[in-house]
Design a protein around this ligand. Structure first.
Ligand code: FE2
Ligand code: FE2
Length: 297
């Protein structure tokens, strides 16, 4: 039995495809925005919901709910099979299943002889999307992430959605309320609730699949891997250099790894479907090398 996803995105991969298009070679920010607004109104609607709802209170509540890992223990394959029950509206002939996306990412790393811990991280990186199966909305699972509790960077995609806007009778765009944190002065300063260069691990990021999988794996994986998991959707930082005033020396040392990971996440999508059955024994060994049989979710 699959859980079906509905608007504003047709499926979770639509966000991944959007990000891939955004960073395609040679495309300027402006070209990209025009492309997006016209071609993918669902994506804009998705970001509106994301930016309006990711408040400090929301994030702290979700961290309390999920970071205690009380959803039961699963093997990695069980977690991957569980994620695969997420049935979306995409075309099954052309689109990859969730497991196939994970394997494409990790297999591309394997072909490039990346270290085994990184191949493992490639396989694990989107398993946190099972949040959808726990009933979380798309805007609370995928999308670019950003710190909450301090001023929003202009480098966050669609920054205007953080602020209220009146209805526009000319275009039919309805009134937008903006994000309620704009009314909390402490959250609107450069550093907000944080100390300068406090380190990104001490920052509350907008809630989503990245932070969740990093919590699940933090007892088992090395720092480089945890940065790849925790910050892989933090495009304002890793692609645009925003929020360096919150980063510390560890964050800066880890940034090249996050960028290296990002290449595989964005660009390893191909049309050949990985042969899950044939690959399974190799991955069984990989999981056993780093992880206990079952991990708490
Ligand atoms: Fe992801
Ligand atoms: Fe991914």
């Amino acid at each position: 039995m699959g859980a079906t996803l509905h608007q504003p995105l047709n499926n979770l991969d639509q966000w991944d495809d959007f990000v891939e298009g955004r960073y395609r070679e040679g495309r300027s920010k402006e070209e990209f925005r025009v492309y997006d607004a016209q071609a993918q109104p669902g994506v804009a609607e998705f970001y509106r919901l994301n930016h309006e709802n990711q408040t400090v209170d929301y994030v702290l509540g979700k961290e309390r709910e999920y970071f205690s890992l009380n959803k039961g223990k699963k093997t990695i394959w069980e977690a991957a099979e569980f994620l695969n029950t997420l049935v979306d509206d995409s075309d099954p002939d052309t689109d990859l299943t969730q497991i196939e996306h994970l394997l494409q990412t990790s297999e591309a790393m394997r072909r490039d002889s990346q270290p085994r811990w990184m191949i493992l991280t490639g396989f694990l990186h989107d398993l946190g999307k099972c949040l959808c199966l726990y009933g979380e909305p798309q805007w609370g699972v995928v999308g670019d992430t950003f710190p909450v509790g301090c001023a929003w960077s202009e480098e966050i995609v669609y920054p205007e959605y953080f602020y209220p806007a009146p209805a526009d009778p000319a275009t039919g765009v309805p009134t937008r309320p903006g994000n309620p944190d704009r009314n909390v002065p402490e959250y609107q300063t450069k550093y907000g609730i944080y100390e300068p260069n406090c380190g990104l691990e001490n920052v509350h990021m907008s809630f989503g699949h990245d932070g969740y999988i990093a919590e699940v794996m933090k007892r088992y994986l090395r720092t480089e891997a945890l940065y790849m998991l925790r910050f892989h959707s933090f495009y304002p930082w890793h692609r645009h250099g925003a929020y360096d005033h919150l980063a510390n020396s560890q964050d800066r040392a880890m940034l090249p790894w996050v960028l290296k990971f990002n290449q595989y996440d964005l660009y390893s999508k191909g049309h050949t479907k990985p042969d899950v059955k044939a690959l399974k024994p190799w991955y069984d060994d990989l999981f056993a090398e780093f992880l206990p049989e079952r991990v708490a979710w």
